[in-house]
Ligand binder design. Structure first.
Ligand code: FAD
Ligand code: EPU
Length: 338
């Protein structure tokens, strides 16, 4: 494998910001890792794996090696009467895996239809949407440790999954390459339809049949109604995570802001709707030149043209500051800022 010099990354990140990689190459199989390590040994610089580039914000050129993971493969590993284990390679497009499962009548990933990116990134922030998180279907993550090429098999409980969180964002950040993920899907029909307006949308588009295709189509329609298509308007989806608070902070907020939107997670922890906090601070639909805040979903920061990563980062800091001033709540980015 060979690295190209000074490669433009604009088309490789869904924010569509300009940034150059000092060195760039594709990875087609985990065996490429040893060659990459030899090249880096000769000229040490940072290494960044890139999947679909849908959860990164480049704020400057990357003075190192950008390796885009394009390894492909989806296969059924084993199955029983009720379950099916499917292994997908890191560079597979996430939505292609979802479609594979729907095609084979396997239940579990349909609410995650339409999420951009690759399979290899899906466990990193435990992608989630419409009442489902990918951790519910992950059986095992196969990874390679970068310092000694040891192959690691992390079972679901080893991954320390949480809301938009996992061991891959913590202790293993930057230390491993995710090579493939094994998912455990159900052969028994069951759906999660209690989030927002999914049930209504299914009734509208498929009044007589609730099947995997109907659920998936309903989810995609709902997503398209508020999330901008990154092919048309640059973004990385939600820029911030929804903040968690304890009951003390929640009660304090409710007494001052009775319309506060929150969800009970446990007796002691509550998730606030960051979109609501941001809207209350007047950011919804904000636009300055080529960048701004989406007018339908204010958790999404957008690049309307050739905004820079610095423009978007600066805007995110202003939003964090005003939410903190009004509510005393810190918003933490979901996006990886580089
Ligand atoms: P990238 O942005 O390429 O990489 C993300 C991080 O993972 C980087 O740190 C990268 O170095 C690391 N990485 C990538 N591949 C590997 C690998 N093989 N091994 C080790 N490290 C690796 N997310 C949700 O959870 N729910 C949503 O509903 C959702 N909606 C979105 C809507 C839009 C329009 C957009 C643009 C994004 C949305 N996202 C959503 C965020 C994003 O799609 C997910 O975070 C996705 O998993 C990122 O995948 P990616 O391959 O593009 O990752
Ligand atoms: N809301 C407002 N004003 C708005 C929009 C929303 O007050 O302009 C309130 C509404 O009350 C709404 C609530 O915010 O009920 C939540 O909004 P939404 O259902 O759109 O979800 P979200 O919490 O903003 C999360 C994920 C999305 C995921 C959706 C659907 C995070 C950070 N984001 O958004 O994931 O698609 O739920 O499940 O958890 C992503 O991670 O990139 C992403 C897009």
């Amino acid at each position: 494998m060979q690295f190209e010099d000074n490669v433009e990354l604009k088309m490789l990140n869904t924010f569509g910001v300009n940034a150059k990689a000092r060195f760039y190459s594709e990875l087609h199989a985990k065996d490429d890792l040893k060659q990459i390590a030899t090249i880096i040994d000769d000229n040490p610089k940072p290494l960044l794996f890139l999947g679909g580039g849908s959860n990164v914000l480049f704020t400057q050129d990357f003075d190192g090696y950008v390796v885009q993971v394009v390894s492909k493969g989806i296969r059924i590993v084993s199955e029983s009467e009720n379950e099916c284990f499917v292994e997908a390679t890191a560079g597979e497009v996430w939505d292609d895996l979802v479609r594979f499962c729907i095609h084979h009548n396997l239940y579990g990933l349909e609410n995650l239809s339409g999420i951009p990116g690759t399979v290899g990134s899906s466990p990193i922030q435990n992608i989630g949407a419409y009442g489902v998180e990918v951790k519910e279907c992950i059986h095992q993550v196969n990874a390679v440790r970068l310092d000694d090429f040891e192959e690691l098999q992390l079972m679901n409980k080893d991954c320390l999954f949480g809301y938009r969180d996992s061991i891959f964002k913590g202790a293993l950040k930057g230390k491993i390459f995710i090579d493939s993920v094994v998912f455990c899907l159900s052969k028994i029909a069951h759906f999660t339809l209690n989030y927002g307006c999914i049930a209504d949308e299914i009734k509208r588009i498929s009044p007589n049949i609730t099947d995997l295709k109907a659920v998936s189509n309903a989810i995609v329609n709902i997503r398209n109604s508020k999330i901008p298509d990154p092919k048309l308007i640059g973004s990385a989806g939600s820029f911030f995570k929804n903040p968690m608070v304890d009951s003390h902070k929640l009660n304090q907020l409710i007494s001052e802001f009775p319309n506060l939107i929150y969800y009970k997670i446990t007796e002691q922890s509550f998730k606030l709707a960051a979109a609501w906090l941001i809207e209350q601070c007047g950011w919804k639909g904000f636009r300055k030149g080529n960048f701004g805040v989406n007018q339908l979903q204010p958790l999404i920061l957008v690049n309307y043209g050739d905004a820079s990563g610095q423009d978007i980062l600066h805007l995110s800091h202003q939003m964090q500051q005003s939410v903190f001033t009004k509510f005393g709540i810190e918003l933490h980015p979901e996006v990886n800022i580089l």
